[in-house]
Design a protein around this ligand. Structure first.
Ligand code: HEC
Ligand code: HEC
Ligand code: HEC
Length: 428
């Protein structure tokens, strides 16, 4: 009995300490802000509005803030996180359900410090840990553009997160661990072009939102930015931008990097899955200077070799089965020797996306198929059919094991279990 009492008072004590800590963190989270002014915002010039429209494209705001079949920027799309769904808000100037009553100061605070108009801490499913780098001038231009949209009355659904992730206290703790508002600072030793590229990649481009690894609380793992992460919800691997064997481009000629960003394809690579959406909705609109600047910065990132894992080919009968499936189902597009067809079907021989140690994207590709993005520079992309219905999990593993082993690719096998796991994941 005494032991039980003691344990209970311990537990209550520990809970109290936690609550006090959360409250302290919560208030701490509030003090790093200048007071907001109520001054009415001056109407913006057409030039500022046009710049805002461009910046909103590069920030890809509409992709999250538009639900399937809904009006642009009227919100309501569910953004999946490992803890549940958060609904992107209505950004049209409707006074009741959108940003109609917001001031430019309040909008800046949302982007820079992740707080709503009423002071509520926002969920980082809204990538403000990246947008915090956006300058005040750019934020004002985006706001000016959003105010020119037609107001749409559409109530944003409340977030559907599991306890305790749905509490402001949990968010305050998360922010204390992972988030500081940052001001953009140029690196004086680098060129203006490099700085512009770094600003776009780290800020509006929010590349880290997908390409940086996350820990169990969904926070960016420290000291390893852009080394590759899992895109939540729709499970794809966003490969490392600092690894030559994954998505690093340090060794690529500059024009090829520009082509990849703005058209989605080069002679040796093509974007797919969520990256195809990023190119389609956002990066293809980069103006020539910004595309070049982004490429200059990406090429300056380190090009580390992919950590070598022992490549274990599948047993001979599995490879034979895979070869048969390849000949029947894949060779007509990708070629008998995996050589592909320039401008239409990617080569699978010597393709780093095929050889990469992380095989999730290959499995997703064969299960669901996909289209490269339609862009001005590559207007009629070819598609890859889905094989989810026609191939068993063992068949998908066999054909991919064959493709990874053949033509000198020399990469390890894909297990049936990996295919099974990808199929079982929510959203697949
Ligand atoms: C990856 C998806 C995603 C992208 C990209 C994104 N947002 Fe959001 N945004 C969200 C989500 C989800 C919320 C809701 C967060 C919450 O309720 O806590 C949100 C909330 C906001 C809010 C706060 C609205 C309110 O009522 O409190 C503003 C302002 C905002 N976003 C502006 C932008 C702008 C501007 C861009 C582009 C530069 C952008 N967002 C890009 C997902 C996104
Ligand atoms: C919504 C998540 C997401 C965002 C945001 C994102 N990426 Fe990606 N990216 C991916 C995924 C998933 C892949 C793997 C599929 C592929 O190879 O296209 C990828 C692949 C890439 C590749 C390799 C493409 C290839 O075929 O070799 C590069 C380079 C790249 N991303 C750069 C960027 C840059 C630069 C940004 C920011 C401007 C960015 N990504 C933003 C998810 C994302
Ligand atoms: C009708 C033509 C066609 C057939 C048949 C086809 N593919 Fe594809 N495949 C494509 C196209 C087009 C792409 C590029 C699509 C994209 O990037 O979204 C592609 C992309 C891929 C990729 C990703 C390559 C990369 O660079 O990221 C892999 C892996 C792949 N296919 C494997 C296969 C396998 C295995 C089969 C047979 C089971 C197959 N494909 C059948 C047309 C085809």
């Amino acid at each position: 009995m005494r032991a039980l009492k003691l344990a209970t008072s311990w537990l209550v004590g520990a809970l109290l300490v936690l609550l006090v800590a959360a409250y302290a963190v919560f208030t701490l989270n509030q003090i790093d802000e200048a007071p907001l002014s109520d001054a009415a915002d001056l109407p913006a010039s057409g030039e500022v509005v046009a710049r805002g429209a461009y910046l909103a494209r590069i920030g890809d705001c509409a992709s999250c803030h538009t639900r399937a079949g809904g009006l642009p920027y009227a919100g309501g799309r569910a953004i999946e996180t490992p803890f549940g769904a958060v609904y992107a808000s209505n950004l049209t100037p409707d006074p009741a359900t959108g940003l109609g009553r917001w001031s430019a100061d309040e909008f800046w605070r949302a982007l820079h410090n992740g707080r709503s108009r009423d002071g509520r801490l926002l969920y980082p499913a809204f990538p403000y840990p990246d947008y915090t780098h956006v300058t005040r001038g750019d934020a004002d231009a985006i706001f000016a553009y959003l105010r020119t949209l037609d107001p749409v009355r559409a109530q944003t659904p409340a977030a559907a997160l599991r306890f305790p992730y749905d509490t402001q206290a949990a968010l305050a703790v998360w922010r204390a661990l992972y988030f500081r508002p940052a001001s953009w600072a140029e690196q004086p030793r680098e060129s203006p072009e490099w700085n512009r590229g770094a600003y776009l990649v780290q800020g509006l481009g929010h590349c880290a939102a997908c390409h940086t690894p996350r820990d169990a609380l969904g926070g960016p793992r420290r000291g390893v930015p852009l080394t590759g992460g899992v895109v939540p919800g729709d499970p794809w691997w966003a490969p490392s931008l600092v690894s030559a064997g994954q998505a690093g481009v340090a060794n690529w000629p500059l024009p090829e990097v520009v082509a990849l960003l703005t058209t989605g394809v080069t002679a040796h690579a093509g974007v797919s899955g969520p990256m195809a959406e990023v190119v389609f909705a956002s990066l293809q609109y980069l103006n020539a200077d910004d595309a070049r600047a982004m490429a200059v910065y990406l090429r300056s990132l380190p090009a580390e070799p992919e950590p070598t894992r022992e490549a274990r080919p599948a047993p001979a009968p599995v490879l034979e089965r895979g070869q048969q499936i390849y000949a029947d189902r894949c060779a007509q597009c990708h070629g008998d020797e995996g050589e592909g067809k320039a401008g239409a079907f990617p080569a699978l021989a010597g393709n780093r996306a095929v050889r990469m140690s992380e095989t999730l994207n290959l499995i997703q590709m064969v299960l669901h198929g996909g289209y490269q993005p339609a862009t001005a520079g590559h207007p009629r992309p070819y598609g890859m059919p889905p094989f989810r219905q026609s191939l068993s999990e063992a068949d998908v593993a066999a054909v991919l094991s064959y493709v990874r082993d053949a033509w000198g690719n020399g990469a390890g096998r894909v297990e049936t279990m990996d295919v099974h796991r990808a199929r079982e994941r929510p959203g697949s």
